[in-house]
Design a protein around this ligand. Structure first.
Ligand code: PEP
Length: 252
């Protein structure tokens, strides 16, 4: 059975002290929760990953990186490799976030390389994609999402999908307060699952967790998560406040 996941993307927020504090608070808030089939993940910035990993040991909290470089190692000043992430105990990496695509020029082709490298390092991937507002206004959202998935993931064999979580994040809903309606999310998630099924079969498609991301808050999480093809959320802003994040975890 596929897992539910609530993952917090901290982006470029929280210094060392704030990281220690929030990790402690989140750990405490989920300690006594019956998490059932739900994984709880946080993605702090690179410099605080080792601290977060150390402080999450023997707890229900998992730690992910927000990005990694596509090369194994070498002369790439300022970059971080999958091997380095593994070496400090990080098991999951977010790839393809819309901010990486928009501000750092990450293309589908580059992301295909990153995906391959992450898997070669035995890292699990939370792979993000989603359409822009103009795509949706023009009715092109499915075509855009389909090509993002095909271009970055369809070089993989079906076994790879044991290590991949998908995160549908319509760009127009990220950090804007604007959320896709539960029906819009469900329609797109069903489309994504069908896209996977068309290439890998329904067993693989049904086994992959598909998260929704875009202004998820305690007030809307329950309804979005109640949809059959929505297996959780990638949470930005609301993951920085323990009460909000914990309430979103409880929405399952
Ligand atoms: C995100 O950045 O992945 C995200 C979903 O952000 P927010 O929840 O703030 O919209």
């Amino acid at each position: 059975m596929r897992k539910n996941i609530v993952a917090g993307n901290w982006k470029m927020n929280n210094d060392l002290k704030a990281t220690r504090k929030l990790v402690k608070q989140i750990k405490k808030s989920i300690e006594d929760k019956d998490l059932n089939n739900t994984r709880v993940v946080i993605a702090p910035t690179f410099v605080n990953l080792a601290t977060a990993v150390k402080r999450s040991k023997k707890s229900k909290l998992e730690v992910a990186a927000q990005n990694m470089h596509q090369a194994t190692n070498g002369a790439y000043t300022g970059e971080v490799s999958g091997e380095m992430l593994k070496s400090i105990g990080v098991k999951t990496v977010i790839l393809g976030h819309s901010e990486r695509r928009a501000y750092f020029g990450e293309t589908d082709a580059l992301l295909a390389e990153k995906v391959n490298t992450a898997l070669a390092n035995n890292l699990e991937i939370i792979f993000c994609f989603g359409e822009e507002l103009t795509d949706r206004k023009e009715g092109n959202q499915e075509a855009v999402v389909e090509s993002q998935i095909k271009n970055a993931l369809f070089q993989l064999d079906s076994n790879a999908f044991k290590h991949i979580v998908l995160a549908y994040e319509p760009v127009w809903a990220i950090g804007t307060g604007e959320t896709a309606s539960p029906e819009q999310a469900q329609d797109m998630h069903a489309f994504i699952r069908n896209t996977l099924a068309s290439k890998y079969g329904s067993e693989v498609a049904d086994s992959v967790s598909i998260l929704y991301g875009g202004s998820v808050k305690p007030a809307n999480a329950k309804e979005i998560f109640s949809k059959p093809d929505v297996d959780g959320g990638l949470i930005g802003g609301a993951s920085l406040k323990v009460d909000d994040f914990s309430a979103i975890v409880s929405a399952f």
